[in-house]
Design a protein around this ligand. Structure first.
Ligand code: PLP
Length: 464
């Protein structure tokens, strides 16, 4: 091969080495301190200020990866990862990602790689059945699904669509967004991005679910003040405690007012592959849009977010622009889907490939098995904590997150979290709920087992 390129043979050799590198990493990941121990600037200062003018040996790059980059890694794939919701992963997902990078296609239009569009359509339609979502959300119905980067993107697109619909009948500065005090911050950010000038934060009850009476009262007050209730976000599995908002009750109020209802099931959506959790999503037949992240708890590495709408027309009306350079016969025929019309970016990765690899490798039964395992581990830990007078559970634990506090109060809770994390053997995140400081134990990394949770419990027990 001429010039500076890596030849296919060298790529094959280096590729095998790097697959070994990743496999070794995943085999030994539990041996690293879970949270990176470096000081700010350590990685940056160890690297040259100027880029290389001349080619460097691949071995040198791998050496620096090992010596400079790795100490600055926080090990999300450690089985001792208990802090934020997982961003879990799996062999089939990594392989699907590698193939997608190898193919290097841009799936912005059907015509720019028909398989990228059609595989995505198949996979998002499969997920409707797997999670028991409304059948009308399949591409064969009025709705449809699309893969985006993040749940935040989905919320932002939903809000722009709702704004476009509402602003045909009401002034932009009268539109109001509603969310609970537990809703993910992406909704507030979306309200800013979409240009809403009114956002109402609705109180939650003692389970941290939205208080629907407070919601109905606020909507009535806003209506009486001449404002236009436009958008409400309901959560199935909030970030702090995995609280579940009463989707049906919220949607019934919102529909009477002609509002857009968006459901954020970013983390807990994965659990719906198990029928026993589906009562938590009652009311989806009344909502306009829904999002969940296979990249959190479905063994599919970041990024992979699914966004569904009950009716795709307003979404496409809000997002579609057809400049001359994108015109092509297939698009003009109206017979194909161009997913660039379903979100903000034009270019799009072939994300469905890794999800397809995952679904085929595990089958629904494999995913159910591991989700149930994680939930059982969380329930077991919750029992140990609630049976012990030194601790209190501060929220219900319907999925695989347990939130607890030290009975001695906030200071003792913070100290316990700090002591546990300082060992480097686990990663945990404190959170605040009103005046209460609590510790979130989020179980969901692909390889977390009973042994990891037993060790965590032994550490909590010893340090309390
Ligand atoms: N919604 C909820 C409930 C979350 O917990 C999170 C992240 O943890 C998000 C949305 C944002 O997800 P993303 O990083 O995909 O934007």
């Amino acid at each position: 091969m001429s010039g500076y390129h890596m030849s296919p043979d060298e790529f094959r050799q280096r590729g095998h080495e790097m697959v070994d590198w990743v496999a070794d990493y995943l085999t030994n990941v539990a041996d690293y301190p879970v949270n990176s121990q470096v000081d700010p600037g350590a990685v940056r200062n160890a690297l040259p200020e100027t880029p290389p003018e001349h080619p460097e040996p691949f071995e040198d790059v791998v050496r620096d990866l090992n010596e400079i980059v790795m100490p600055g890694i926080t090990h999300w794939q450690s089985p001792n990862w208990f802090s934020y919701f997982p961003a879990n992963s799996s062999g089939p997902s990594l392989l699907g990602e590698m193939v997608a990078a190898g193919l290097g296609v841009q799936g912005m239009l059907w015509s720019t790689s028909p398989a990228a569009t059609e595989l995505e359509t198949v996979v998002v339609d499969w997920m409707v059945d797997l999670l028991d979502l409304p059948q009308g959300w399949k591409t064969t119905g009025p709705g449809g699904g699309v893969i985006q980067m993040s749940a935040s993107d989905s919320a932002h697109v939903a809000m722009v669509t709702a704004r476009e619909l509402a602003s045909t009948a009401a002034p932009l500065d009268s539109l109001v967004v509603y969310a609970s005090d537990q809703t993910h911050s992406s909704v507030e950010k979306g309200a800013r991005i979409a240009g809403f000038s009114h956002m109402r934060i609705i109180a939650t009850d003692d389970t941290f679910a939205m208080d629907t009476d407070a919601f109905a009262t606020q909507v009535a007050e806003d209506r009486a003040a001449g404002l236009t209730p436009t958008f409400v976000a309901a959560s199935i599995g909030t970030t702090a405690t995995t609280a579940v908002d009463p989707v049906r009750a919220i949607a019934e109020i919102a529909r009477r007012e002609g509002m857009w209802v968006h459901v954020d099931a970013a983390y807990a959506g994965s659990a719906m592959i198990c029928p026993e959790f589906r009562h938590h999503q009652d009311g989806l037949d009344l909502v306009d849009s829904y999002t969940f992240n296979p990249h959190k708890w479905m063994f599919t590495n970041f990024d992979c977010n699914l966004y569904y709408v009950a009716d795709r027309k307003p979404l496409i009306d809000a997002m579609s622009i057809l400049p001359p350079y994108l015109r092509n016969e297939a698009t003009l025929s109206g017979e194909v889907i161009d997913y660039r019309d379903w979100h903000v970016p034009l270019g799009r990765r072939f994300r469905s490939l890794k999800l397809w690899f995952v679904l085929r490798h595990y089958g629904a039964e494999g995913i159910r098995h591991h989700i149930r395992e994680h939930v059982a581990l969380a329930q077991g830990l919750a029992k140990r904590l609630s049976d012990d007078p030194r601790f209190e559970l501060v929220a219900p634990h319907p999925f695989s997150l347990v939130v607890f506090r030290h009975s001695d109060g906030n200071e003792a809770t913070l100290r316990l979290a700090a002591d546990l994390t300082a060992t480097g053997r686990v990663s945990l995140a404190p959170t605040t709920l009103g005046d209460t400081t609590a510790i979130r134990v989020s179980i969901g990394q692909t390889n977390t087992t009973a042994e990891n949770v037993d060790v965590l419990w032994a550490m909590i027990d010893e340090m309390s």
